[in-house]
Structure formats: structure tokens, C-alpha cells
Ligand binder design. Structure first.
Ligand code: 3H9
Length: 694
């Protein structure tokens, strides 16, 4: 038997122990080991029952995702599960940690399941663009009912032991030693001749015949663009309508189909990218970091308040500084309101809210920041103001404190240079609303010390963010690429597209909303102010593209003023504005452009490929160390569709050759100034390679 699985006799019970760190994934050796363990227990006359249990921090966390994409190796998991279920001697699964995916499909094939109270069970395959492929879609509805199975399988969200017991997934919740309890349960099953519950022989409990359609309809928004949830529904429906063996056969077919799909490849890429992103190339895994036990946040506005909440949520005390009592009062009132909303929804206990509020201490005095380990300033985006703030921080903060700016595009090196400790200065760019958005762009300056940016990455994880390390440039990774999309969309408006056409195409591509809906929501004045600040750096064509200026000059700033690119009713429902259409058409005339039909494909290509080309430049310049850093920025900060894996992964899926050809086409159409292929992209495309397959 393979050493990742051991078999030992404890009296009359055969104990099959899985030990495959870190998460006991079901590699081929583990599958073979479990099967061999069951076979051994069956063969040995003095073994009357078996227990499957795991060493380490968790029960089995599922199939080994790293094996996907390689040729499947026997024994296949569905067969191992069936082998367990068919065993004539009782088999008990003993669960701790998280039993996920195949790690729950094995217990569902056991005759009994017990768990410690802290355990969780779930079928998260949908998050990898898959469906549970070892009987999960067939056995769970037979155990927990169709509705509960649909919810669990299509959301992928694990449930806690108590709920799992109420759903019928667990037989018993155990206090104290799990192995002792499992042995006792196994002996009881033998002594009391408990009937062996073979789930495949049960019927899937169907509540209403229309449950499948109703479920798909009710979740249409959530499932938009994704293949896997619909395939999960189809497979659960098979469980209700077909004999078990047929349902299993179809489940396997669908599993293999999904496994080979671009969506699942993309979602698996996202799973690993999210974990890899925190590892900083060039730094050892045991890189020393600085302790962060208290934080200062400057600016009690929307951004500063959101950042303060992030730390308070993680139990870290925050000194929140602003220049006027009035600003502090308003900021705290908003924080209070945000928390109170969560309490009202039932997702937060009042006492937890009170504790978090007590961790946020308002102050007007810089002196109060003298002992904090980290300061993040979120004041107005103006270099003169930033420099003033950093001069003050440099004067009061203790040696070794990290001084961070939340700027979204200003030069961190210029800010650092004003201080006597540039090695302690960096950017920590949160995304609005900071307490909700998961992305944190950590910007390392030319002189930032490695232990400083390693600390920022670590603290980012502590506060529940997905931190990405980037270098200094205008707009860093996210906004620098976004600027290219904004430019191209602006050009397409001049050439013949309308905002609602572009928005629809970008929405259908999979983004939560189009650029003009987003602009209207954020406030057009923000983009206008940025445009004015950067006006001197714009090209002639960009300078003359005054559509945004004209809209803003009328005081139309988007949703908050009732009109922007769209008109809004009192409920903020948007309708296309004929006045804006006229304004755009007149603008085209004014700048001498004959409007033409812009196809949806052209919109996708110009909006997305312009970003991909910029992403390639970002890689060349070393602003991002790896394509996965760029993907993670776009997935977690800008709502790039998860099932496309991020812009760089998406480029590889299309093929860089095609992207390159399109770039050349737009170079001829729009101009080399905007559409010159990055040398990296050109080199990879010509070599038939991708960003991830160099
Ligand atoms: C499935 O089961 C299909 C079946 O239905 C049908 C088959 C026919 N495989 O997240 P962490 C690695 S699909 C390989 O940082 P945590 C992970 O990459 C599977 N590797 O720890 C990381 O490696 P590294 C359904 C895996 O404590 C290390 O383990 N199951 C797998 O924060 C630690 O991971 C899932 O989707 C895996 N399955 O969270 C569960 N899982 O150190 C996926 C983890 O090199 N896993 N690794 O970066 C999780 O949700 C979390 O890892 C877990 C632990 C909650 C278990």
C-alpha cells in the first residue's frame, strides 16, 4: 500500500489513515491507498468494520487539482467511491477540518459519517468550473434533498457540521477525540447490526417538479456567463429522474467535458494564481517581516473609513486622523452606519460591531500616530498635499514604522524622497469600497526595503485582501491598463459607437458593468478631474475628444446628479439619453470623423486587446513580476470575468498570434501611437507561445 495511506487494526476495526500534506488531496496514490485499505479490511476475517480518517490539518480537500489536465489514472475516484459503498462491512468516515469535493464524495459513499463540531463539508467544484464528479451530484440529493443539494453544489459554499447534520449529511457530531469516537461508532454499527446505508439505493427527494427551472431562473444573475452551475443543475436533475448508475455515467461525461473546457482551465488558473500571488519572486518563503499591531489611517473620508474598517475587522486597533472634528464625526458616522447595516442583515453580532467600533480611535493630532506600526494615508490625490503629510509623518512616527500611501497613480518614489526613510515608504492602493473590494495593490518604490513590502503583503492577507505586489508607474497595474480601455472606448464613441452599445458588449463579455455605467456610478467628475490633471500628457486626438468635458460642463456627473451618459429616474434606473446621443454625433462632426458601424467584435478587441498589450509592456518593464499578478489585479479589482481567468490568461486562450494580428489591424486603423505591439507580445506571438507558456 502506498505510504500516503496506512491501514492499522485497532481491535476489530481497520483504520485507514490518509496522510498526504498539506490538504490530503486525492492524488492517484491516495485513491489507490484507500481502495487497497478497504480491500484489506474486507479480506481480513478479524476486521468487522472500517474507519476512514485523516492526519494533519484537514480531512481530504478534494481531488488533486494539479493532476487535472494530465491523463486520468486508475483507480478513478467514482470507482473508489462505489467500492467503498459496496463494502459488506460498515465503513465510517471521521471528518475534521474541511471535507471538500472528492473529500465529501468519499464520506457520502461511506455508510456512516461523523465529524468534529468545527468541521465543514462542501462541494466547491463549481468554483473550479467543474461539477462534483465522483457521485456528489447523485448522492447528495439522495441524502439532503434536491433543493439543498442544488444550493450547496451550485454555490460551492461549505456548510458547518451542525448544519450538515441537520441536512442529513452527518450522522453524529463528536466532542473530544475523533478517532476514539469513530472506533466506538464502528463497534456500535457492528454490535447493533446497524443497517448499512448505501446512499445510491435511496431516492432523491424532489420537493416540486419545477424546482430545476425555478432554481436556474432565480439564480440567473449569479450564474451569468458560467457554464458549470447549469451543468450542476442538469446533473442533479438526472439524480432525480434516472437510475443511479445512469446518473453516474452522465455525471462522469459532464465532468470530463467541463474539465476540458476553457472556463474550468481559467478557474483552476485563478485558484492557483490567488495562492501564488503572495509569493514574491526573489524573496525567500521565510523572509522576515515587521510586526503590525496598530495602524494609523489618515483621512476619514470614504476611502480612509473603509481602510480603517478592514483593520478593525481583523482586530487591529486603528487611529483615524483627519484635520477637522467635523470630518471625523462624519467619517465615523458612515463607518457606524455600514456596520449597523450588516448587523441589521444578521451577518454581524452587535457585540462584534461594538468591539470593532471601539478599535477605531478618532484623532486630530499627528502626535497620536507616534507609536503605530503602519500608517496609510488616504488624503486628497495631490502631490503637494501628500508631501506635506509625509513630512509630518516622518517627523512623528517611530523608527521602523511603515509609511504607506493609498494613492492610485502618484509617484511613490517622489513621495518617499521627501522623507528621511524612503526604505520604509510604499504604496498600499485599496479599491473602493475598501472594506468590500478584495484587491490590494502594494506598490514597492525603488528604495522600499524587502521586509517592508513583505510586511504589506502579509498584512494584506491578514485583513482578508488579495495583495498583489507591483512597481511604480502612472496608475500602477490596474489603472494603467484601464486607461487604455477608456481611451479606446472614447475613440469608438467618436467613430460611431454609442455608450449603451459599448456597455452592453462589455457587460456581455462578463464584466459587472460597462465603462459608461461605471463612470456614471463612480461620478463623472472624478474622471474629468483626472483628465484635466493629465491633460498636458494626452495626445492631440485625446485632447480633442471632449465628449466627457461637454457632459461634465453641463453639470451632468452621473447617477448622483440624475444624469451622465444615461438619464436616471428616482430609483436610479438608467435609460439611454437622446441628448447625449446627439452630443456625441455632433462631436464626431466637429472633429471631422465620419461615423461608421462599429461591430461588437471590434469593441471587444479594442477594449480588451489594448489592455493586454499594455499588460505585456507592464511585464517587460518589470512593474508586474508575472502575468498572474496582472490577472489577479483585474479579477479582484475590476471584475474581470473569473471564467476567462484574467486578461493575460484570456490572451493565451485566444492565442497571442490572433491578438498580435488584431493589434496590427488597429495600428493601421487607429494609429501606431496607440497600437504598437509590445516587443514581448510580438516575440511570444511569433514563437507561437503565450504569456504562461514561454
Ligand atoms: C474535486 O474534488 C473533483 C471531484 O469531485 C471529482 C474527481 C473525479 N489539489 O488554500 P491553501 C494546495 S475538485 C491540489 O493555501 P488553506 C494549495 O494549492 C477539488 N492542491 O490552504 C496550496 O498549495 P501551495 C475540490 C491543493 O488552509 C496548499 O494546498 N476541492 C488542493 O487556506 C494549501 O492550500 C476544492 O476545490 C487540491 N484540491 O485552505 C478545495 N487544495 O502551498 C480546494 C489545496 O503550494 N482547496 N491545495 O500554494 C481549498 O479550498 C483550500 O485549499 C482549503 C485549505 C480550504 C482546503
Amino acid at each position: 500500500m502506498a505510504e500516503v495511506v496506512t491501514f492499522a487494526k485497532e481491535g476489530s476495526v481497520g483504520v485507514i489513515t490518509v496522510n498526504n500534506p498539506p490538504v490530503n488531496a486525492l492524488s492517484q496514490a491516495v485513491r489507490a491507498g484507500i481502495k487497497a485499505g478497504i480491500a484489506k479490511g474486507m479480506a481480513e476475517a478479524d476486521v468487522s468494520a472500517m474507519v476512514i480518517i485523516c492526519d494533519g490539518r484537514t480531512f481530504i480537500a478534494g481531488a488533486d487539482i494539479r493532476e487535472f489536465g494530465k491523463p486520468p489514472m486508475e483507480p478513478h475516484l467514482p470507482d473508489v467511491c462505489q467500492f467503498i459503498e459496496d463494502c459488506p462491512k460498515p465503513v465510517v468516515a471521521a471528518i475534521h477540518g474541511t471535507a471538500l469535493g472528492g473529500g465529501l464524495e468519499i464520506p457520502l459513499s461511506c455508510h456512516f459519517r461523523i465529524a468534529v463540531a468545527t468541521a465543514k463539508v462542501g462541494l466547491p467544484e463549481v468554483k473550479l468550473g467543474l461539477l462534483p464528479g465522483a457521485g456528489g451530484t447523485q448522492r447528495l440529493p439522495r441524502v439532503a434533498g434536491v433543493q439543498a443539494a442544488l444550493e450547496m453544489i451550485t454555490s460551492g459554499t461549505p456548510v458547518a457540521a451542525a448544519k450538515a447534520k441537520a441536512m442529513g449529511i452527518l450522522d453524529e457530531i463528536v466532542d473530544g477525540d475523533l478517532k476514539a469516537a469513530a472506533l466506538a461508532f464502528a463497534r456500535k454499527a457492528v454490535d447493533e447490526k446497524l443497517p448499512l446505508r448505501r446512499v445510491s439505493r435511496l431516492a432523491a427527494k424532489l420537493d416540486t417538479p419545477t424546482v430545476f427551472e425555478d432554481f436556474a431562473k432565480a439564480n440567473a444573475r449569479k450564474f451569468r456567463g458560467f457554464l458549470a452551475p447549469y451543468k450542476c443543475i442538469e446533473s442533479v436533475k438526472n439524480a432525480a429522474e434516472l437510475p443511479f448508475a445512469e446518473g453516474m455515467k452522465k455525471e462522469r461525461e459532464i465532468f470530463l467535458e467541463l474539465q476540458a473546457s476553457d472556463q474550468s482551465k481559467a478557474q483552476r488558473h485563478v485558484f492557483f494564481a490567488e495562492r501564488e500571488v503572495v509569493r514574491i519572486p526573489g524573496l525567500p518563503d521565510d523572509q522576515p517581516t515587521r510586526a503590525i499591531t496598530s495602524v494609523g489611517v489618515l483621512g476619514a473620508g470614504t476611502m480612509g473609513g473603509g481602510i480603517a474598517m478592514c483593520f478593525a475587522n481583523a482586530g487591529i486597533p486603528v487611529k483615524l486622523l483627519d484635520v477637522k472634528q467635523d470630518f471625523l464625526d462624519k467619517g465615523l458616522a458612515i463607518i457606524q452606519k455600514n456596520y449597523a447595516n450588516t448587523v441589521a442583515k444578521g451577518s454581524l453580532k452587535q457585540e462584534v460591531m461594538d468591539k470593532r467600533m471601539s478599535l477605531i480611535q478618532p484623532t486630530l493630532a499627528y502626535e497620536d500616530l507616534k507609536d503605530v506600526d503602519l500608517v496609510i494615508e488616504a488624503v486628497f490625490e495631490d502631490m503637494a498635499i501628500k508631501k506635506e503629510v509625509f513630512t509630518k509623518l516622518d517627523a512623528v512616527c517611530k523608527p521602523g514604522a511603515i509609511l504607506a500611501s493609498n494613492t492610485s497613480y502618484l509617484n511613490i518614489d517622489d513621495i518617499a524622497a521627501i522623507t528621511r526613510r524612503p526604505q520604509d515608504v510604499m504604496g498600499m492602493h485599496f479599491f473602493s469600497p475598501a472594506n468590500v473590494m478584495r484587491l490590494l495593490e502594494n506598490v514597492r518604490g525603488a528604495r522600499t526595503s524587502p521586509d517592508v513590502y513583505a510586511t504589506a503583503m502579509k498584512i494584506g492577507k491578514t485583513i482578508g485582501k488579495v495583495p498583489v505586489l507591483v512597481g511604480v508607474c502612472d496608475g500602477f497595474v490596474g489603472n494603467r491598463m484601464l486607461a487604455k480601455r477608456t481611451r479606446e472606448c472614447g475613440f469608438m464613441l467618436e467613430e460611431g459607437a454609442l455608450p449603451w452599445q459599448i456597455d452592453k458588449v462589455i457587460y456581455n463579455f462578463g464584466f459587472p458593468m460597462g465603462p459608461y455605467q461605471m463612470g456614471d456610478m463612480a461620478g463623472l467628475d472624478i474622471g474629468w478631474r483626472n483628465r484635466k490633471a493629465k491633460f498636458s500628457t494626452l495626445s492631440d486626438r485625446e485632447k480633442k475628444n471632449t465628449i466627457l468635458d461637454k457632459i461634465c460642463e453641463m453639470g451632468h456627473f452621473g447617477q448622483k446628479t440624475g444624469s451622465g451618459f444615461y438619464k436616471y429616474d428616482e430609483k436610479r434606473n438608467a435609460t439611454p439619453d437622446p441628448m447625449i446621443e446627439e452630443l456625441i454625433i455632433n462631436h464626431s462632426k466637429d472633429v471631422g470623423i465620419t461615423r461608421r458601424t462599429i461591430t461588437d467584435q471590434e469593441i471587444v478587441e479594442r477594449a480588451i486587446y489594448s489592455m493586454i498589450n499594455e499588460g505585456a509592456k507592464i511585464l517587460e518593464e518589470g512593474i508586474a513580476a508575472r502575468p498572474l499578478d496582472i490577472d489577479v489585479v483585474w479579477l479582484y479589482g475590476y471584475g474581470f470575468p473569473v471564467y476567462l481567468g484574467g486578461p493575460m490568461f484570456y490572451a493565451d486562450t485566444i492565442g497571442l498570434g490572433k491578438v498580435y494580428d488584431a493589434i496590427l489591424k488597429y495600428r493601421d486603423l487607429v494609429g501606431a501611437e496607440y497600437w504598437t505591439p509590445s516587443p514581448l507580445l510580438e516575440k511570444l506571438a511569433k514563437a507561437g507561445k503565450g504569456f504562461y507558456s514561454k
